[in-house]
Design a protein around this ligand. Structure first.
Ligand SMILES: Nc1ncnc2c1ncn2[C@@H]1O[C@H](COP(=O)(O)OP(=O)(O)OP(=O)(O)O)[C@@H](O)[C@H]1O
Length: 578
């Protein structure tokens, strides 16, 4: 019922919880005082001894107690709010920091949609746990004991009966908890999976429509939604049933305690004041625990969410890479590298490759042969490879990313365009670049004419560059990368969406780059690698051939076969377009 780790993680919120408990306890004392004053008035009325002075004094006392109760209740709400805020801020901050630490690899551990659900709704559930459930938990231990210690002086028998009945409520909660834990874990899994499918289907709606698979996916989602509905109904049924059981125990216990007090009064062993006070206060023994029961289910939901949050926070981090590159030119070397994404299927097998200073190196091969994986490993997206990848002789896994990216630029076929103006996007590459320099590079990548027709450098780009075509996005990303003026450029199918004419222009630009930069080019188009200092040919995760274009053609192997096939295709394309 109490998650020790959650408490330990949130020391600030813990203090707020104790303060809230204290305020609730003061409120209860004022309630007891009020009941005693009422009981006194009743007794005096019954005995016909009530004077106006006494009535006035009691009324003033009651008003004072009401004011105390109001103030303590307001203060308790304030502490509850502060505890909630602290928990939300703290947990969301921790999740955010963890994601920054995990960097790109977070997707290997958790789906983005689940992450959003946990950070938003999961954390909200914990707000109730700290703001309501925990204070109520401690208060509901303190309240019956305090009442017992006060009422025992009026009648020990009924006070004892009331105190003994109180633990029946937590017992019923514990019984429900065993069942609830499993059920809530299933509930969260089903919720996250539904969210996942929803997001995926929404993002891929156009593709689903094209393949007319939207109906099928609709049905699939309906089934998932039905599973989620069922499990939600089970959770609600469990909650309602347990609330009914708790009501029975609470009102039953209060009734038994009152009956015992009344019998004692009839036998003459306690006073009228005592019986009235006990009857009026008997329900106070149970109300705190009964209220705890109603927060319990939301709190359990919060604990189930926290288990998932902690699983994310506990993902071990790879040791912080601290080495930095020197001012020396960058040489990258892969030596006998073997790598698997999922430990089951090896995607790179004993690959060795050198990218020397100011060289133009290309990697070619069929789709899925492992070309992009080589680039990703060089850029540090994963470090659990076997063999060695060194940059300036430093193992890549020990090299700080910031230092690496100061010298190396990685341009992928799926560039990220940030919402904002073209100028803002380009200046990510070089914040000091003048407008003239920006236009120059835009001309180089053949997108200047298009932008001139729009708002020039002030053209606003939507999130992810949605208002650009795939090719325009690639050109813009290429321009941004060129502005960054790095020592080494890794181009991974960076022109895959660009029409042939513009692609030729950009490839010429890349070829010009090689005079002063080191270029590693990953491409399907063999005609663009002809001038390479060295071409590596990948097949099924292994590097099967390497050499210059002429050397590889002479070998008459995989490269020669692929080259001839592409020549035939390009010839065919030219004939068709003529
Ligand atoms: N994130 C990933 N998780 C698991 N397997 C992956 C992942 N990325 C790639 N793979 C697998 O690794 C293999 C090599 O992929 P890679 O992207 O390196 O090939 P490629 O030669 O660049 O292909 P293409 O030319 O089509 O881009 C493929 O079989 C692919 O299924």
């Amino acid at each position: 019922m109490i998650d020790k780790r959650l408490l330990k993680e949130m020391p600030q919120a813990k203090v707020m919880v104790w303060k809230q408990v204290f305020m609730q306890w003061l409120g209860m004392l004022s309630n007891i005082g009020m009941v005693f004053l009422f009981a006194n008035i009743f007794v005096e009325m019954f005995q016909d001894t009530l004077t106006l002075r006494n009535l006035m004094l009691c009324a003033i006392g009651v008003i004072l107690m009401i004011i105390v109760r109001m103030l303590t209740s307001m203060q308790a709400s304030r502490y509850s709010y502060r505890a909630s805020c602290d928990v939300k801020n703290h947990l969301r901050q921790r999740i955010y920091e963890k994601l920054l630490e995990l960097k790109n690899s977070y997707t290997q551990h958790i789906a983005t949609s689940e992450l959003v659900q946990l950070s938003v709704e999961g954390v909200d559930q914990l707000e109730t746990y700290f703001g309501r459930y925990l204070p109520q938990f401690f208060y509901s231990m303190l309240a019956p004991l305090t009442l017992f210690l006060i009422l025992v002086w009026l009648d020990w028998r009924s006070s004892l009966v009331l105190l003994v009945c109180v633990p029946l409520i937590p017992l019923s909660i514990i019984a429900v908890q065993k069942f609830a834990k499993k059920l809530l874990s299933k509930y969260w899994t089903s919720y996250a999976s539904l969210g996942d499918s929803f997001l995926e289907n929404l993002q891929g709606l156009t593709t689903l429509k094209i393949y007319q698979a939207d109906g099928y996916k609709h049905e699939e989602m309906n089934k998932e939604a039905e599973t989620f509905r069922r499990i939600t109904m089970k959770v609600l049924t469990m909650q309602l049933n347990s609330v009914s059981v708790m009501d029975l125990i609470a009102y039953g216990g209060a009734a038994i305690g009152s009956i015992v007090a009344m019998i004692a009064y009839r036998n003459g062993s306690i006073s009228l004041f005592a019986v009235i006070s006990i009857v009026l206060l008997s329900s106070e023994f149970f109300i705190p625990l009964r209220l705890l029961g109603s927060f319990f289910h939301i709190a359990m939901n919060g604990i189930a969410a926290s288990a998932k949050i902690f699983r994310l926070l506990d993902i071990p981090l790879q040791e912080e890479a601290k080495c930095t590159l020197s001012d020396e030119p960058v040489v990258m070397q892969l030596s006998h590298v073997t790598f698997a994404y999922d430990q089951q299927r090896v995607v790179l097998q004993d690959v060795s490759l050198n990218v020397l200073v100011n060289s133009f190196v290309s990697i070619v091969g069929e789709s899925g042969s492992g070309k992009s994986t080589i680039a990703k490993l060089c850029c540090g997206f994963a470090s659990d490879y076997q063999g060695s990848i060194t940059v300036q002789g430093i193992e890549r896994s020990s090299l700080a990313d910031a230092s690496f990216y100061k010298k190396v630029m990685y341009v992928t076929h799926k560039p990220t365009i940030i919402k904002g103006s073209v100028r803002e996007n380009l200046r990510m590459g070089n914040p000091l670049a003048s407008d003239e320099a920006l236009w120059k590079v835009l001309q180089d990548v053949c997108i200047a004419d298009f932008l001139q027709e729009q708002d020039g450098l002030d053209t606003m780009l939507e999130e992810g560059g949605q208002n650009l075509s795939g090719g325009q996005r690639q050109r813009l990303a290429m321009a941004r990368a060129l502005l960054a003026d790095r020592e080494v450029y890794i181009f991974d199918e960076a022109t895959s969406n660009i029409d042939m004419e513009s692609e030729d222009a950009i490839l010429q630009l890349i070829h010009r780059l090689k005079k002063e930069k080191t270029v590693l080019l990953i491409t399907h188009r063999l005609s663009s690698v002809v001038d390479s200092d060295c071409i590596y040919v990948m097949e099924k995760g292994s590097c099967v051939e390497q050499g210059t274009h002429e050397e590889l053609r002479r070998q008459n192997g995989v490269y020669e076969r692929m080259f001839k096939q592409q020549q035939t295709l390009e010839q065919f394309y030219k004939e068709q377009t003529v």
